[in-house]
Design a binder for this molecule. Structure first.
Ligand code: MN
Ligand code: MN
Length: 288
């Protein structure tokens, strides 16, 4: 498997067992309701991260090669039944979180966020979640499946795994999903209401779940569900850079490389990973 590079920032885990940030892939798309393809997401993001046009510096002036230790732990084994795969995901992510490191998870379809968040909820008594998506992913079930990629946040909320859930970029909410959002006091920031740069603050440790279809298909065509009228890449970066929060984890999901003909969606994923990683490193320094 080709490992991530991010401008030379990735270090071998054998030499750095005390890493701060860990990239880990979950090549799973069995819970996609429309098109398959997201299982190839982790590999496509890794490949996009190795292009020699990039470097290790972030816009917030963090050098990811010098200022932190990032490793790539490869992919989680996704063979077997869903329940087995989900507990494997929870266990593996839990091991990283227990070390005090920050996992950056490459999906995969959005169903994987549920077992990933379960691992975080074990470590953090109170967890806030910032969820970028065109869709609320709050269906009780879809086509009879409660673990569909359209349902992870319904599962997370009913299990009480998140103190606060803020959704950004929403533009395809149904009546039932809106009802579920009100029931659980979700703050749904809909696309139609976003006029200026959002300034978001979280008091609990923050997990960010980034569905690439939150971006407008003009910026990110390589997703299974095209929903026009979304965020620009710049809007997303501005929200991330302006966050007031302690970020403890990130997932970037729903890249479908078969629809990403120019590779620009994978490049956007790399950019989001880099800027969130930079924000994490900066936050660490500011605490000291
Ligand atoms: Mn989603
Ligand atoms: Mn979506």
């Amino acid at each position: 498997m080709e490992m991530t590079d991010f401008g030379g920032a990735i270090k071998p885990v054998e030499e750095h067992p005390d890493y701060k940030i860990a990239i880990i892939g979950i090549p799973f798309d069995e819970k996609s309701s429309y098109l398959k393809g997201a299982a190839k997401g982790p590999q496509a993001i890794r490949e996009a991260s190795t292009v020699k046009s990039g470097n290790a510096w972030t816009e917030l002036v963090v050098n990811l090669e010098e200022d932190t230790v990032i490793v790539d732990l490869g992919d989680i084994d996704v063979r077997g039944k869903t329940i087995e795969i989900f507990s494997r995901i929870e266990k593996r992510i839990g091991e990283i979180v227990e070390k005090g490191a920050v996992p950056i998870v490459l999906g995969g379809d959005h169903s994987i966020s549920y077992p990933v968040v379960r691992a975080f909820a074990k470590k953090f008594n109170s967890l806030d979640i910032l969820h970028f998506d065109a869709h609320p992913d709050l269906y009780e079930e879809l086509y009879g499946d409660p673990f569909s990629h359209a349902c992870p946040f319904a599962r997370i909320l009913e299990k009480g795994l998140a103190q606060n859930l803020v959704q950004v970029g929403i533009r395809a909410a149904t009546g039932s999903q809106r009802a579920n959002a009100s029931k659980h006091r979700v703050r749904m920031i809909e696309m139609k209401d976003i006029k200026d740069t959002l300034s978001l603050e979280f008091s609990n440790p923050l997990y960010i779940s980034f569905d690439l279809d939150s971006l407008d298909p003009a910026f990110a065509p390589g997703v299974s569900h095209h929903e026009p009228g979304g965020l620009s890449t710049r809007q997303v970066l501005a929200i991330i850079q302006g966050l007031k929060a302690r970020i403890v984890g990130l997932d970037v999901v729903e890249l479908n490389p078969s629809r990403d003909l120019s590779g620009i969606t994978a490049a956007a994923a790399v950019k989001v990973v880099k800027e969130v990683a930079g924000k994490i490193v900066k936050g660490d320094k500011e605490e000291i």
